[in-house]
Design a protein around this ligand. Structure first.
Ligand SMILES: CC(C)(COP(=O)(O)OP(=O)(O)OC[C@H]1O[C@@H](n2cnc3c(N)ncnc32)[C@H](O)[C@@H]1OP(=O)(O)O)[C@@H](O)C(=O)NCCC(=O)NCCS
Length: 194
């Protein structure tokens, strides 16, 4: 919890220095929310082992991110955030975002939902939670890259209002193309970001 407080303070300071709009107090930001049967809360170091298991599950045994990648984002990087989804008493999904102060945007760094819990809206809710938290902090847009052949993820992002802004030729390993997708977050005062 201390880390998220620091992250929010850092983001606020960066934006204040750039004369962006006024940021809200830490207490106003929703960090722990229950939607349906699933709880969405700020990730902790102890969650990383479960995140790696989810990666192995959804990427055929591979873990594109190592323990250290997750640890850096969750414990060290003040401009990064991870949210954990918990259902049936276990961790079933995660999302990561990294704030890019120069663009007043947040970049989706990683997202996964256990295969047994997919198609229940958890992936969408994770994106919505990240978007809403960032909107509360005053961030304007959410950006991401996705493999051109990852049609399930693209379908989800489109449903959530993301638009493809650019094709990234050969962006991924094995020269696979990527798509650059962007979603504007609603203005402060609106009820939901997405
Ligand atoms: C992409 C991913 C996070 C989606 O998680 P999820 O919890 O299943 O997503 P949702 O239930 O919110 O799906 C929302 C919509 O996206 C689309 N969608 C999701 N998975 C789909 C699939 N396998 N095939 C077709 N459409 C799909 C559907 O339109 C779905 O709505 P519907 O179920 O009402 O038809 C999940 O499939 C996953 O972890 N994939 C592997 C990792 C990955 O690709 N991460 C993203 C990297 S950019």
């Amino acid at each position: 919890m201390q880390k998220i407080k620091e992250m929010i303070q850092t983001i606020s300071k960066v934006f204040e220095a750039q004369d962006f709009r006024q940021y809200r107090a830490f207490d106003d930001v929703d960090l722990d929310v229950v939607m349906g049967q699933t709880r969405y809360r700020i990730a902790e170091r102890e969650d990383i082992v479960s995140f790696l298991a989810i990666e192995r599950d959804v990427y055929g045994g591979d873990t594109p991110w190592t323990f250290s990648h997750f640890e850096h984002e969750i414990m060290t990087n003040d401009l990064a955030i991870f949210i954990t989804a918990e259902a049936d008493g276990k961790i079933v999904g995660f999302i990561g975002g990294r704030v890019v102060p120069e663009n007043n945007s947040v970049h989706l760094s990683n997202l996964g939902v256990s295969s047994a819990f997919q198609r229940q809206g958890i992936g969408s809710n994770l994106v919505k939670r990240l978007a809403e938290l960032m909107r509360q902090l005053g961030v304007d847009s959410l950006t991401l890259e996705v493999k051109r052949n990852n049609l399930p993820a693209q379908a989800m992002y489109r449903k959530l209002g993301f638009e493809t802004k650019e094709i990234l030729p050969g962006y991924y390993e094995n020269a696979q193309d990527g798509l650059w997708m962007v979603k504007q977050l609603a203005a402060i005062g609106d009820k939901q970001a997405v």
